[in-house]
Design a protein. Structure first.
Length: 483
């Protein structure tokens, strides 16, 4: 259905732009990347005749860009940080646009449905929601009811994608850059070739929505999206799929076509340990097609913890992947959740030692050494007994559950490491000094002394994104200042 047609036909609802429906799409935060999650519905809504205003709060001020009138406002809740920022933004939006319907979409929308509705949200969408969002706008203008107003509408069916509409977003070169080991920076584009995931790791926010399923974005759409970002200056493409090898045939078709059209373009993606092992034969092709970095969620080198998280790999698998990636000449950026209810002072030291043994110090962002497990609403971790997850309370306003480690020394250690890393990074301390500082603190907590590791253990520097790749419960003051 066509927003404009619908509005014109009914003609009984004031809109901000004559007879054209005005829809605002807001991304609170998307790891410093130009959000695909806004560009895709923007394309469908524009095709349906709506006037679309995109606002990216990581780059733009809400108060400046919010139009004086709008019919519908959609907010993308793609991660915990974004959801916290959205909670701060909601009262301002409802004050400025008292007649607009407000809706939320993204991984964190359905699981926080009641909180969102109590904050003035009219409709909640999850999964492959882009077409449902157009339908909702149409029903709003026709003043008919829509199921997403009563219950979160999670759609896992196939939808008709359009080439993402990126012209309403800030310029690509204002987003996070690819930082090469020599310090040079490249303009980074961002797209998605699949959404959802076929795995069901217990701590993962994708799982409550996609329930172990994924959907491919048609290759022609992905390639056209890459083309338009190359035209905007992208020198590197970051694939934001939860796991790039959920559909290896689809992924390989895309990178082969991309490389043949843009041979100078490099790319990176997230691939799980299990897939890197299973598809090790593809690694030379990934490298030959311009892949320069694979991020992989290792989480822990403690097999008991990995079992609790249902990660589908062991510590030994991770070590094998480090070897095969080196053999293939591909850079690996492992990520971790080192502080969980199953962390001990000893196994934290083992994690630190594994980084030395595997020469991964340069490959791991120091903040990764301080992260604490988040248990959001809907998490599969809630399937575990409470005595295992150490959950102490449910805090809807914090968007999840609080847990306290049974050994208070582990929580103290986490805070010490967090404070140390934050202050060392602010003061520009080098990677080796930060790592040795963390190691000293960890060993002291375990009642041991340790000698500093030397530069020989650093390993090779790898490309990184200029914006850190992790989700935190508390947005920064800077992020909250985006109103
Ligand atoms: S493989 Fe990654 S995206 Fe998929 S469920 Fe596990 S953590 Fe989530």
């Amino acid at each position: 259905m066509d927003c404009k047609t619908c509005c014109t036909e009914t003609g009984n609802k004031a809109t901000s732009n004559g007879d054209q429906t005005t829809v605002v799409l807001i991304s609170p935060y998307d790891l410093g990347r130009q959000p695909f999650a806004l560009a895709e519905p923007a394309a469908l809504l524009s095709k349906a005749g709506c006037k679309v205003v995109c606002i990216d709060l990581s780059q733009q001020k809400l108060d400046v860009l919010l139009p004086d009138e709008a019919d519908v406002v959609f907010i993308h809740l793609g991660m915990l940080t974004a959801t916290r920022i959205a909670m701060e933004a909601l009262p301002r939006i409802t004050r400025r646009l008292p007649n607009a319907r407000i809706a939320v979409f993204g991984w964190y929308a359905p699981i926080n449905e009641s909180l969102m509705r109590s904050s003035g949200v009219d409709a909640v969408f999850g999964g492959e929601s882009d077409e449902d969002m157009v339908d909702y706008v149409t029903s709003t203008m026709a003043e008919t009811d829509h199921p997403a107003r009563h219950e979160a509408l999670v759609n896992l069916g196939r939808i008709d994608f359009a080439v993402p509409e990126r012209s309403g977003l800030p310029r690509l070169d204002s987003y996070a850059k690819l930082v090469l080991p020599d310090g040079n920076e490249q303009v980074m584009g961002f797209t998605e070739s699949t959404r959802g995931c076929k795995h069901v790791c217990r701590h993962c926010p994708v799982v409550p929505v996609y329930q172990g399923r994924f959907r491919a974005v048609p290759a022609a759409i992905v390639l056209a999206d890459i083309d338009q970002q190359v035209e905007q200056g992208a020198e590197h493409i970051s694939f934001g799929d939860p796991d790039f090898l959920n559909g290896p045939g689809h992924a390989m078709r895309i990178i082969e076509a991309m490389h043949s059209k843009h041979p100078a373009l490099s790319w990176d993606a997230v691939i799980k340990i299990e897939h890197l092992l299973k598809h090790a034969d593809l690694l030379p092709e990934l490298k030959a097609s311009g892949c320069i970095l694979i991020t992989t969620a290792v989480e822990s080198v403690d097999d008991h913890t990995l079992l609790q998280l249902d990660k589908g790999h062991s510590a030994a698998d991770f070590k094998r992947v480090v070897t095969i990636m080196r053999d293939a000449g591909l850079a690996l950026a492992p990520t971790f959740v080192p502080f969980t209810p199953w962390t001990t002072l000893e196994n934290y030291c083992e994690l630190i030692d594994a980084m030395v043994e595997l020469k991964l110090i340069q490959s791991i962002s120091p903040v990764q050494l301080s992260l604490r497990l988040l248990i959001p609403e809907g998490s599969r971790l809630l399937e575990l007994p409470r005595e295992s997850t150490c959950i102490t309370s449910h805090k809807p306003a914090s968007l999840g559950y609080e847990w306290t480690h049974p050994d208070p020394a582990v929580d103290v250690l986490q805070q010490q490491i967090h404070d140390f890393v934050a202050s060392a990074e602010t003061s520009g301390t080098d990677r080796l000094a930060i790592f040795n500082g963390v190691r000293d603190i960890a060993y002291a907590a375990a009642g041991k002394k340790v000698d500093a590791v030397s530069e020989a253990s650093l390993g090779k520097a790898v490309p990184t994104h200029s914006e850190a790749w992790y989700c935190c419960a508390e947005p920064t003051d800077e992020q909250l200042g985006s109103f």
